[in-house]
Design a protein around this ligand. Structure first.
Ligand code: KIV
Length: 271
């Protein structure tokens, strides 16, 4: 039987075994109990409580405004729902960069107050010390390289990263470094597919791609994007599995009409 089918709960060890066995890892975001229940029951291996909650749940333009308290609130709702999936939580902007003690304290707060299983943070060599310090507390860390949305004001655009040789070389070095210091997995966001493939093949820990092609060890999408709840965002890498925004709009319009015409509630729907 395949590794993920025989696992009652997905752990970081199960993910490593899945990579060793050539089994792709399915990861999706979730930020609340109801959605996370559906995602977990549908067989997703890893639920990411991403700081994309800043965009998707709170309507901010970037991921920068979300706070540690907000992330803990979303994460604890998801943890209550997840019976099988590994729950990974993003450390938000400003809670780990440049100060490894603060990074450790932020990660400990997430683990203690939400019950999550691991944290994710963005960056390579520049956050090495923070990652190492978090790892010393026994907290599993997922890395995140390529397009790192918390650095949007440095990049200036959300376009594909590491197309130039120097940035690609740095990404390969950071990948090997994150694997060597003990990250259990690394997200590659919006980088060329051949680079992601080469980097994935160069390390033992599993890589999870978003806009990084088919050579990664797993894939992640933002739930609200793949369900078609968010409609204005359509990058090339996004496959929409539903047009849920439209379906919800139709259903809600139908409800409004039923209320206005006094069709709802009918005799069977009252006491
Ligand atoms: O915050 C998020 O949703 C993410 C994914 C896009 C990987 O970091």
């Amino acid at each position: 039987m395949s590794v993920h089918k025989s696992a009652k709960r997905i752990t970081t060890q199960v993910l490593a075994e899945m990579k060793a066995n050539g089994e792709p890892i399915a990861m999706l975001t979730a930020y609340d109990y109801s959605m996370a229940t559906i995602v977990d029951q549908a067989g997703v291996d890893v639920i990411l409580v991403g700081d994309s909650a800043s965009n998707v749940m709170a309507g901010h333009e970037t991921t920068l405004p979300i706070t540690l308290d907000h992330m803990i609130y979303h994460a604890s709702s998801v943890v209550r729902a997840a019976k099988r999936a590994l729950v990974v939580v993003d450390l938000p902007f400003g809670t780990y960069q440049g100060n490894s003690k603060e990074a450790l304290n932020s990660a400990i707060r997430i683990m203690k107050e939400s019950g999550a299983h691991a944290v994710k943070l963005e960056g390579g060599h520049e956050v090495k010390e923070s990652i190492e310090r978090i790892l010393t507390a026994g907290i599993p860390v997922m890395g995140h390289l390529g397009l790192t949305p918390q650095s949007i004001y440095k990049f200036g655009t959300y376009s594909v990263r590491a197309k130039e040789e120097m940035e690609a070389k740095q990404l390969l070095e950071d990948t090997k470094m994150l694997n060597a210091i003990g990250c259990f997995s690394i997200v590659f966001e919006k980088i060329p597919a051949n680079l992601a493939k080469e980097a994935s093949a160069s390390i033992a820990c599993p890589t999870i791609g978003i806009g990084a092609g088919n050579g990664c060890d797993g894939q992640v999408l933002v739930l609200h994007d793949m369900l078609g709840i968010t409609q204005e965002f359509s990058p090339r890498f996004l496959r929409r599995y539903l047009d849920m925004g439209q379906q919800m709009n139709d259903a809600i319009q139908h409800y409004v009409q039923d209320v206005r015409t006094r069709d709802f509630p009918n005799d069977d729907e009252q006491y």
